[in-house]
Design a protein around this ligand. Structure first.
Ligand SMILES: Cc1ncc(COP(=O)(O)O)c(CNc2co[nH]c2=O)c1O
Length: 389
C-alpha cells in the first residue's frame, strides 16, 4: 500500500490500541481531528513538568527555555510550509481564527462598500461566515464559484467572476466534505493576473500533503494543529510579510499584543511537525491516496452506496450516502462495530445543498489507517444494509 511502515507508525499512537463496543477501534474521523503520537504528548508534558514559564522578555532560565522551545516550533512551522521568514508565521487557535483574522484585519483595512470577495461552493463554514459578517458590515458582495457533480470547481466561472471590484479570493485547498483538492496554483495565477490576493484554507491539506507556500504563490494560508496530529487550540496563519506588516492588530493587550499564547500547544505543534517530517509528507500523501482509492473502489461496488465527491484530484475523504439508512443511522451502526466516522453536514451546508442531501457519512483517512480498517468499514456497511435494508 505504499512506502510507509503503517504497523510501526500505529505503535506511536496509544489511543488506537483500545476496543470500542468490544471491537477494535477503527478511527476514520481524521478530517475532524487526528490522534496524537506519543512524542507530541511527551513534548507537552515535558513543557509543563520541566519548562513551564511565560515566554518572551523573561530573564530567568525557565522563561528562556520556554521561549526557545516556543520559537523553535515557529521555525519548524516555517520550514514545514517553506515560508520565507519566521515573522510570517502567526500562531492562532486554528484555521477558523486564521480566517477571521484576515477578514477582520485585512478586510476592514482594504475593503469598501461594493467590493467583492470570491469563495467557492465547497467551503467550510469557517471560510463563509466571516465574509458574510464582513459583507453585512461593509457592504461587501460574496461571489461563490460553483462546482460540477464530481465536486470539481468550474474554473471558467471563477475567471469570469474576477473583476476590478474583487479584493480577495479565499478558497479551500482540500474540501473536508468532498475530498476535492482544488487547483490552487491555477487559482492564484488567475487571481494575481488581476492583482487580487489569495487566501488558502489549508486545514485539510497541510496534514496530508507537502505544502510550499512559495511554490503555491498564495498570499495567506491557514491551518489547524489538531488536524496534523498536534494539539487542539493551536494553529497557524501564514501571510506575506509585506501584507502582515501593513495590517492593523487583530487583538490587543500585553505579550506581543495578544496576551499569553498557547505555549504548550505551539511546542506540541512543533513536535507533530517534526514527527511528520521524519516520515515524509510525499510518502504520507502517496499512502493515503492509495488507501482512499482502495476504499472508493470497495464502497462504490456496494449496491445502494453513493460516494459524494469524485474529483479526479482528491484526498483521503470518503463521503457517502446509502439508500438503506440516514447518515446518522449509518454512523450509529458503525460505532457499534467500533468504527468512528462523522455524519452530518460537516459545516459545509452549501455542499449538502448542492447535492440535495441533508447529510453524509464521512470516513476520512490519516497516516495510521490500514486496508484492514477499510475492510472493517465495508463489513460494517454491509451490517447497515442488514439492519435497515
Ligand atoms: C476545510 C476546513 N476549514 C476550516 C476548518 C475549521 O478548523 P478549526 O478551526 O480547527 O475547527 C475545518 C474543520 N473541519 C472539521 C471539523 O470537524 N469536522 C470537520 O470536517 C475544515 O475542514
Amino acid at each position: 500500500m505504499g512506502a510507509i511502515d503503517v504497523e510501526r507508525i500505529r505503535q506511536d499512537f496509544p489511543i488506537l490500541h483500545q476496543e470500542i463496543n468490544g471491537k477494535p477501534l477503527v478511527y476514520l474521523d481524521n478530517a475532524a481531528t487526528t490522534q496524537k503520537p506519543q512524542v507530541v504528548i511527551d513534548a507537552i508534558v515535558n513543557y509543563y513538568v520541566k519548562n513551564n514559564a511565560n515566554v518572551h522578555r523573561g530573564v530567568h532560565t525557565l522563561s528562556q527555555r520556554a521561549t526557545d522551545d516556543y520559537e523553535s516550533a515557529r521555525e519548524s512551522v516555517r520550514r514545514f510550509i517553506n515560508a520565507p521568514e519566521d515573522c510570517e508565521v502567526i500562531y492562532v487557535r486554528g484555521a477558523t481564527e486564521g480566517l477571521n483574522l484576515v477578514a477582520s484585519s485585512y478586510g476592514r483595512k482594504y475593503f469598501k462598500s461594493g467590493d467583492e470577495v470570491i469563495i467557492t461552493g465547497m467551503e467550510h463554514h469557517s471560510n463563509i461566515v466571516p465574509w458574510q459578517l464582513l459583507g453585512k458590515e461593509l457592504g461587501i458582495r460574496l461571489r461563490v464559484v460553483p462546482f460540477n457533480d464530481d465536486g470539481e470547481l468550474l474554473l471558467d466561472e471563477f475567471e469570469g467572476m474576477l473583476n476590478d471590484r474583487t479584493k480577495l479570493v479565499s478558497v479551500v485547498h482540500q474540501s473536508n466534505a468532498l475530498g476535492t483538492i482544488n487547483p490552487v496554483r491555477t487559482i492564484v495565477e488567475l487571481a494575481h493576473a488581476k492583482g487580487v490576493p489569495v487566501m488558502l484554507d489549508a486545514a485539510q491539506s497541510v496534514p496530508h500533503m507537502p505544502i510550499d507556500v512559495q511554490e503555491l504563490g498564495a498570499d495567506f494560508l491557514t491551518f489547524s494543529g489538531h488536524k496534523l496530529y498536534g494539539p487542539t487550540g493551536i494553529g497557524v496563519l501564514w501571510g506575506r510579510a509585506d501584507l502582515l506588516n501593513a495590517m492593523p492588530p487583530y487583538q490587543s493587550g500585553g505579550e506581543m499584543i495578544t496576551g499569553t499564547p498557547d505555549i504548550a500547544g505551539a511546542i506540541g505543534l512543533g513536535a507533530a511537525i517534526e514527527y511528520l517530517e521524519a516520515i515524509g509528507m510525499e510518502k504520507i500523501a502517496a499512502y493515503e491516496q492509495a488507501l482512499m482509492q482502495y476504499g472508493a473502489e470497495l464502497l462504490s461496488s456496494i449496491e445502494g452506496v453513493r460516494i459524494i465527491g469524485n474529483a479526479a484530484d482528491k484526498g483521503g475523504v470518503l463521503s457517502f450516502i446509502m439508500d438503506a439508512a440516514h447518515a446518522h443511522d449509518i454512523g450509529t451502526i458503525l460505532d457499534a462495530e467500533g468504527i468512528a466516522v462523522r455524519t452530518g453536514h460537516h459545516c459545509a451546508q452549501p455542499v449538502m445543498a448542492r447535492y440535495g442531501v441533508a447529510a453524509t457519512a464521512r470516513a476520512s483517512l490519516g497516516l495510521y489507517n490500514t486496508t484492514a480498517e477499510i475492510d472493517s468499514l465495508v463489513k460494517a456497511i454491509d451490517r447497515v444494509i442488514e439492519v435497515f435494508g
